[in-house]
Design a protein around this ligand. Structure first.
Ligand SMILES: [Zn+2]
Length: 156
């Protein structure tokens, strides 16, 4: 049985835990048709759902992956570019979210955030614009795909 399901949150659809997930557990893999940046993303209706997987390449996830929302205080992180893993134990009923900024280096897309976290940044932008201490935390968690970090100074 799937441990996750698509359900409704305050703003629309999201992915929810239905069977407890352990910290570190793989939740899902993003997979679907590949698109490249030259295919104008701005004309692509569902750009916000596209997952960046390389410097100029994206996939439009099929299935659950399509509905995973952003949070500035996430309970999941990107793992090995196209996976999503639990950042902590997640209980049934919790919505599964990751920080979209961890997988973004594109300078073409931002999103207003209404995640409601006290840590909410208000506007979601590329990883390079995150506060340094947050960058460091995500880098230590290994949550940042390599194509995102090419411009980021190495941190100890
Ligand atoms: Zn937020």
């Amino acid at each position: 049985m799937d441990k996750i399901a698509v359900g409704k949150n305050k703003y629309g659809l999201g992915v929810f835990c239905i069977t407890a997930l352990k910290k570190g557990e793989r939740i899902l893999d993003f997979s679907g048709p590949a698109i490249v940046f030259e295919y104008p993303l701005s004309q692509y209706q569902n750009e916000g759902h596209a997952v960046q997987v390389g410097y100029d390449s994206y996939i439009v996830p099929q299935g659950h992956g399509y509905y995973v929302n952003h949070s500035c205080h996430p309970n999941a992180i990107i793992e090995a570019v196209t996976g999503l893993a639990a950042l902590r134990d997640i209980d049934p009923g919790e919505e599964i979210c990751f920080d979209y900024s961890t997988g973004m280096d594109e300078d073409s897309w931002t999103m207003r955030c209404l995640c409601g976290s006290p840590h909410c940044r208000g506007l979601i932008k590329d990883f390079k614009y995150l506060p340094p201490e947050l960058q460091r935390r995500y880098l230590q968690l290994n949550a940042v795909p390599p194509f995102v970090t090419v411009d980021i100074p190495k941190v100890a």
